[in-house]
Design a protein around this ligand. Structure first.
Ligand SMILES: [Zn+2]
Length: 939
């Protein structure tokens, strides 16, 4: 039966006659659906303004056989004051699959805490039955080497695209998980002509909760602290201190390294289905921004994708604007150069990565909101522009259902576009793979060669593993390779670029060059090339001889095992920069390890400073056998302990400080420590306030943070005290990985005093990135100040040259005199000339500008030396080199009996900059030797 009129009902309920002209413009045909009883009224009641809804989403279609979200949840999706747990959402999708032949669910992964990550597949019955054929059709289009253009046309004519919607990646962006339940149901049961057309022509993939650990933490947080509160400006913190086990908002910066289970699950589904797009659902901007980028775009992208992104975005802007919904826009957000986000899994593999930012409240309550002063691209958000034809109002009431309506309508518009353009999108998908492959056939370079032995064979294997995980094909040379670019031994890895993911291979293997002639501010990092950030060489080869190299395909992760040669009783380990030395020290536990301070020789072998001596000990040979096989380290025997200056390396009692106000960057450090088996204890604000730190830890690491000094000291606002983050029967996901009866108040001034006491009593405080502002700007140490002109320094996530000023310092073990380091936007510090002895590592290789013209510090560099100085920038982009060069990158500052080691970068950044890890590991392995040094003032 046709229902009287959804439109009239909507309008009647609002009683807004003014809405009539808006709705009359709607292009959608009248829906033949019978609304579920009460749904029209419930939705209208939950919407705050008639402009925030439309006929597509103003009702829930009724069904006698298929369970709706309202029946399962006992309320409409997006009902005020209600949020669904992971169990509810996944339970609903399983129920939907049970009751509808148009829906299937499967598990695509497990979260870091072991919760399922689901994928729902929604289409018509024929597509669900024929899923295997549709998948193989897409796999055929994905590899143009196996599929001729003629064959591709046949496939396109008989197939249909997958479209992937990713919900719930950012846990406090709470609406998408609710929305996808209704969307999936609507797609499964509605007879609206548009929905029928979508069902016939598209297979919709939905990941309903991308980060299930964080979803449960957030939903419990809502019920614990936010429910019933509607004064938006005075809400308690809107998010729990943790989302995932390790990582917070940065779970959307993990595409290249794929360190997190959330990323791995989406990538697995991508390679299985090859959807034409991954569409990630976020919340932050009024009222719906459909993103693509302002430029500059990444030159490695196949150009078609840029047009595709704008085509789809403008289709959405047009559709929602036609439905009378204000505040839908595109373009002025992000730059389009970096593709390291969740949806980039598609962009980097010849698909389309796209996303929404809708206006989210985080809380499920309806609240008064203001758009505010934000001026993207220098224009107020409330102004009409070519990319924002109908701007949002400035002040309004906003509800969870408003958010669900915008997001759902946008998704329907996107799916409608895909249904209407399915042939073109499939052809473009094939074309992008074809063109990418052909660039590797006819363009330059032809390949990259990566030697196996570069000091740390395990790190090479890790990098090859990451490439394989991205389905980039890698071969291994059966014989030595000789090309114009050089000679490479057999066993070298070769990435030939005549493959469908050639563009991505190039993006991951060659340094980034962000355009200089743009004022565009990148949204995030502008450097990610693996060899740069792993400290490895990958030589681009243009010589066609490389095509003749016999290559064995590398099909499984490369296992590197080390060797223990000889019977002992003394064992030696040569330091060639291996990342696994810290893990090895941890495995050795109570065994005695000594680290040498000078180069020595045994026979023909030279052991640089940093190498290990393991004196005779019971059970040592067996233990080293285990370690060498697990960590790929080589141990050599010696008859006696070589006579060389050395110190004992005892494993410190290590504390990782988790400020309650910002757990993210230290979370990455914890991830690396957990995966490498490094023991540590979590130190909370509460513990620092309580004092007695030296009874618990020898070293405290204060990680990088977005908080300023004030935030680092005072943490979350005390006015919400006490704010417990504890595990209870009602809130079982809270209290992990750390718990507190009150997470407000930070360490406070008393905590600062305790930190100072800890250092003066002999403790070591290591501060990373912006965490260094605490001792340096906060006044714990006095000989460091901000560099003049530091505001002009611009290093937004780039690789920068750095060099060691104190060749004997243990932090430099395993490195040569000049290296490079990943640097984000941090303050730039300076010390007086007399204090340059505090600098272990400096930016660039030349003295700072004021010392360059003087004698001293090795004298004024000759013109030849100047010419030989390596450029400051290795990958990405840079401004303000003159100010940055010569300034401290690592400071080693004695304080009382202890030490502050202040890093002006983050050596453990998003599991990406492996070549920087040792700069931190060395401090941990040699902490007592560092503490005993007398470096400081230059006389
Ligand atoms: Zn987000």
């Amino acid at each position: 039966m046709r229902h009287p009129s959804i439109r009239l009902l909507v309008i009647g309920l609002f009683g807004f006659l003014a809405a009539l002209p808006l709705l009359a413009q709607a292009q959608s045909p009248y829906s033949p659906d019978e609304p579920e009883a009460g749904s029209v009224e419930a939705i209208a009641k939950a919407v705050t303004d008639p402009r925030f809804t439309n006929p597509w989403v103003a009702y829930v279609p009724g069904s006698e056989t298929v369970t709706s979200p309202s029946k399962y949840l006992k309320h409409i999706a997006g009902a005020p004051g209600e949020l669904s747990s992971v169990a509810s959402i996944q339970g609903y999708f399983r129920e939907l699959a049970r009751t509808s032949p148009r829906v299937m669910v499967e598990t695509i992964g497990k979260s870091d805490e072991g919760r399922d990550i689901l994928l729902a597949i929604v289409s018509d019955e024929a597509s669900i039955r024929g899923l295997a054929e549709l998948k193989s059709a897409m796999a055929a289009l994905a590899d143009p080497r196996l599929t001729s253009p003629e064959r591709a046309e046949e496939i396109i004519a008989s197939s249909k695209p997958f479209y992937f919607l990713n919900a719930g990646l950012h846990s406090s962006e709470s609406g998408s998980c609710e929305m996808v339940m209704e969307l999936a149901y609507r797609l499964a049961v509605s007879d609206h002509p548009m929905v029928q057309n979508i069902r016939r022509n598209v297979v919709v993939l939905i990941n309903p909760v991308s980060e299930p650990d964080g979803r449960d933490r957030f939903v419990e947080w809502f019920y614990r602290y936010l429910k019933g509160k509607t004064d938006y400006e005075n809400l308690p913190p809107i998010s729990p201190p943790y989302w995932g086990r390790y990582v917070f908002h940065d779970n959307n910066r993990d595409t290249h390294q794929a360190a997190l289970e959330t990323t791995r699950a989406v990538r697995k589904a991508y390679f299985e289905y090859h959807p034409v797009a991954i569409h990630d659902l976020h919340e932050s901007i009024a009222l719906l921004l459909t993103w693509n980028g302002t430029g500059p775009f990444n030159p490695n992208l196949e150009p078609i994708v840029i047009s595709e992104m704008f085509d789809m975005s403008f289709a959405e802007v047009r559709s929602l604007t036609a439905l009378g919904m204000p505040g839908v826009w595109t373009w002025a957000f992000g730059e389009g150069y970096g593709h390291h986000y969740m949806e980039s899994v598609a962009t980097n593999h010849n698909g389309i990565g796209r996303g929404y930012e809708t206006f989210g409240n985080a809380t499920a309550e309806t609240v008064d909101r203001e758009v505010g002063e934000w001026r993207p691209q220098g224009r107020p958000v409330t102004r009409q522009e070519w990319y924002r034809p109908l701007p949002p109002p400035n002040k309004f009431k906003w509800s969870l259902r408003d958010n669900v309506n915008y997001m759902q309508t946008g998704c329907l518009a996107a799916l409608n576009f895909v249904a209407l353009n399915s042939g073109d999108l499939l052809r473009d998908f094939y074309r992008k793979g074809y063109d990418s492959w052909q660039k590797g056939v006819t363009g330059k370079p032809l390949a990259f060669v990566i030697p196996e032995d570069q000091g740390d064979r395990r790190r090479v294997a890790q990098m090859i593993g990451l490439l394989l995980g991205q389905r980039i094909e890698v071969g291994r040379a059966a014989q030595p390779i000789s090309v114009k670019e050089g000679k490479f031994p057999s066993g070298s890895f070769v990435v030939r670029l005549d493959q469908p993911y050639r563009n991505y291979a190039l993006d991951l293997l060659a340094p980034q060059k962000f355009p200089k002639d743009t004022d565009a501010q990148p949204y995030d990092d502008i450097s990610w090339a693996f060899p740069v950030h792993f400290g490895l060489s990958a030589t681009p080869v243009e010589d066609a001889e490389i095509r003749k190299a016999q290559l064995e395909p590398v099909t499984a992760p490369v296992k590197v095992t080390g060797r223990v040669s000889g019977p002992g009783p003394v064992f030696l380990l040569k330091d060639t920069g291996q990342e696994s030395l810290l893990a090895a020290r941890a495995r050795l536990g109570a065994f005695k390890v000594e680290i040498v301070e000078r180069t020595f020789k045994v026979g023909a072998s030279e052991f640089p400073a940093g190498s290990w001596i393991l004196p005779p000990q019971d059970g040592l040979a067996v233990k080293l056998g285990e370690i060498s096989s697990e960590l790929g380290l080589d141990f050599m025997s010696a008859g006696t302990v070589p006579n060389v200056p050395r110190h004992e390396s005892r494993l410190p009692r290590l504390g990782l400080w988790h400020p309650w106000a910002d757990t993210q960057m230290i979370g990455w450090v914890r991830l690396v420590f957990d995966r490498q088996g490094i023991p540590y204890t979590i130190v909370r604000d509460d513990d620092i306030r309580a004092g007695g730190l030296s009874d618990r830890v020898d070293i405290l690491i204060h990680g990088d943070t977005e908080e300023d000094v004030k935030g680092q000291v005072h943490g979350l606002d005390r006015k919400f005290s006490p704010l417990a983050y504890t595990k209870t029967a009602e809130f079982p996901s809270h209290g992990s990985p750390a718990a507190s009866d009150d997470i407000t108040g930070g360490i406070g001034w008393s905590g600062m005093v305790n930190l100072q006491r800890f250092v003066e009593d002999g403790g070591m405080l290591i501060t990373l990135g912006n965490g260094s502002a605490l001792p340096l700007d906060g006044g714990m140490v006095s000989r460091v100040r901000r560099a003049r002109g530091e505001g002009g320094v611009w290093t937004p996530g780039v690789e920068v040259t750095a060099s060691f000023l104190q060749p004997q310092h243990p932090i430099g073990y395993g490195y040569t005199g000049t290296t490079s380091v990943f640097r984000s936007s941090y303050p730039v510090y300076n010390v007086r000339r007399v204090d340059r002895g505090l600098i272990v590592l400096q930016w660039g290789s030349r003295p700072p500008r004021e010392l360059r013209d003087e004698e001293g510090e090795g004298g004024k560099p000759s013109q030849e030396q100047e010419a030989k100085a390596p450029p400051l920038l290795v990958s990405g982009g840079i401004k303000g080199e003159e100010v940055l060069e010569g300034r401290p990158a690592i400071l080693d500052i004695p304080a009382g009996k202890g030490r502050v080691l202040a890093y002006n970068f983050n050596p453990v950044y998003r599991e990406l900059n492996h070549s920087d890890y040792r700069l931190l590991w060395n401090a941990l392995l040699n902490w007592e030797a560092v503490r005993g040094r007398t470096n400081g003032r230059v006389p």
